[in-house]
Design a protein around this ligand. Structure first.
Ligand SMILES: [Ca+2]
Ligand SMILES: [Ca+2]
Ligand SMILES: [Ca+2]
Length: 263
């Protein structure tokens, strides 16, 4: 009886992981993996990146994530956002950005400039000189410390917590609209809503851009749930490995179940 409930429980967990990963994959509209050292700007999903400054080929986080791009102060990408209006406004108000990065965490470091200066010339998300992740004086966790981390930034401008951050699949902080400066910054079509393009690792020339390596960058067309971000896990190849693992685990469990029944 205990074996049976363990089996049902494991199947349920695997199915939940599988469903979460599937849901996230369906919304993946941009993926840049930096695996081609001869063309670091190539997109695996969506449009190729544009580069301001220089990017050097570097080692990724390991395994299938072999390649990365090394950026220095003043170097940043421009990415095309194909999502268009969603989340109740004219801009993209519900979306998720995921980045696998390795930054020293010894000075201010812009992760993304989103608003093209409409609300603020600064970047919209930073790590601070202690490696904390956030914006506007609200920094939490360790997103930059000389190790690889998967940073997930979930935006839902219609909600009262317009930005929620995750590090390596675990909830880091849900930024309240008050923490984000209130209206109009945290409103629909506010400072963190996405326009037609955005600039990963730019601080609008402000120079608060650390030397960092990025091995994956991904854009999802929805505000991923905590469960979906958790299923993405830590740094490594983003897609489609989790699917294969989920299928493999489900297959193995089904096989064990059949064997058990035939005994
Ligand atoms: Ca800005
Ligand atoms: Ca809001
Ligand atoms: Ca990579």
């Amino acid at each position: 009886m205990r074996l049976k409930s363990t089996w049902i429980c494991l199947t349920w967990i695997c199915a939940a992981i599988f469903v979460s990963t599937e849901a996230a994959n369906a919304d993946l509209v941009g993926l840049w993996e930096f695996e081609d050292s001869g063309n670091l700007l190539a997109a695996s999903v969506g449009s190729d990146l544009a580069l301001t400054g220089t990017a050097a080929a570097a080692a990724g986080s390991g395994g299938a994530d072999a390649g990365a791009a090394q950026l220095s102060t003043g170097d940043y990408f421009t990415a095309t956002n194909p999502i268009g209006a969603n989340g109740g406004g004219s801009n993209t108000n519900a979306y998720t950005l995921v980045m696998d990065m390795n930054a020293p965490g010894s000075s201010w470091n812009a992760l993304v400039d989103i608003d093209s200066g409409a609300f603020s010339g600064d970047g919209e998300v930073f790590t601070n000189p202690s490696g904390g992740l956030g914006i506007d004086g609200d920094y939490y966790g360790t997103g930059a410390n000389g190790s690889w981390h998967r940073i997930a930034l979930v935006f839902d401008m219609a909600s009262d917590t317009s930005m929620t951050t995750y590090i390596d699949g675990a909830l880091n902080h849900a930024h309240t609209d008050s923490e984000l400066g209130g209206s109009p910054n945290a409103d629909i079509d506010g400072r963190w809503s996405l326009l037609g393009t955005f600039n990963p690792f730019s601080d609008n020339g402000g120079g608060e851009e650390e030397t960092l390596a990025v091995s994956n960058l991904a854009l999802f067309s929805s505000a991923l749930s905590a469960e979906e971000v958790s299923a993405l896990g830590g740094p490594g190849s983003l897609i489609p490995e989790p699917n294969s693992i989920g299928l493999l685990m489900l297959g193995s469990l089904a096989f064990l179940g059949l064997r058990k029944r035939s005994k």
